[in-house]
Design a binder for this molecule. Sequence first.
Ligand code: SF4
Length: 432
Amino acid sequence: MLTWWKESLPRTSSPRQEFVRSDASSKLSRDPKAARAIRPDAAKAPEHDPLRDEGVSLYVHLPFCVAKCRYCDFNSYAWTGQDLERHVRAVLQEAEARAADLRPQTVFLGGGTPSFLPADLLHEFLSELGRITGFGESAHEFTMEANPESFDDARAQAARAGGVDRISLGVQSLRPEVLAAYDRVHSGEQALEALARAREHFPRFNADLIFAFPGQDPLAWERDLAQVLACEPGHLSCYELSYEPGTALTRLRDAGRWQAEDPDLCEQLYLRTGEILAEHGYTRYETSNFARPGERCLHNLAAWRNLSYVGIGAGAAGWHQGTRRKNLERPDAYEAAVFAGQDPVGESEQPRAETILFDCLMMGLRLVDEGVDRARAQRQSGLDPVTHFAAVWQDLENENLVRIDVDRIRTTARGALLLDHVLTRLLPSQQV
Ligand code: SF4
């Protein structure tokens, strides 16, 4: 089976680690305070929601970074002199072949570090992408990822002029010892300056942060959060440090040279983060994502709804017209295929109905309040999610892990903490 999700889950510049415990007896999973942290009681006004189920999004991947961060398992590469103009030409050529007049409802330019492109090349790239895809007339949101070491005024202006209206900034930490341990190439001061720049040039921006650094002092994490909140991002992504296969960090841990943080402290940090952000007006709308009203990331929301998107660039994944696909990962192989006039696809498949349904559940159950729209999941997969998994839902409801309403399936507060456990029970192989 194509492991499409590695590059198709909503993109950030930090690990896609959600807090999910397989320990069903976790004391915090029964803690009413935990429930409050995940589902604040405050009544929320309905969010403006321009996404159409029949719409398509566009994900564009630029894979180069100044250096490779130790925790990173994205398709990203330290730049060692590769020809950036040539690479950008390849991406645009693929866009001409696969996304001409796509008119996407959202665009996400991720990586890698898109802000690593020189300002003039970035502007040229965005202008051409707009000409090819027509995103200027169709997109409700255009997010670009940026990192503090390269996100200067010239790049910010180039991105804004090129149609970007939302920046997702990889902050990760403000502490020098943490940034150094991750092999990040910027300082905390640069991160705060970049946040101020994002605020100055863009109507919306996000800060990515990572918690659960080994030995992390919870108060130091709270001070980091307070400093970032003072920059007034409308959106925060807060990820627990994860140990993905093949990363430098995982190798260090496996060699006994890096001690992962105690899981109970990770839980406390996760819950405390939710409390602090709720006090500042942010709603946890997805396992690791928080937004003020009107600030949810529409592109990622479309992905969590399992809506259609086209992926362009090295290693980019897509889900469009019943096919999941993933491009060749290596930038040189990708460029060679494109310039030879070939489709740079690496893997593709037409998933069966059960797999599509599982994808709907895997993505949708991450949405804390919204959950899975039953009718949408049935339209996408051809299967009724409630009757298809009837016996499993019964058990999960009895265990207070999910709640099934007339139109939606949601995790309970306890189920949100044990999402991996819930999903394991729903895996297609479990149904055979
Ligand atoms: S900046 Fe670091 S975390 Fe982000 S894509 Fe590059 S290597 Fe990965």
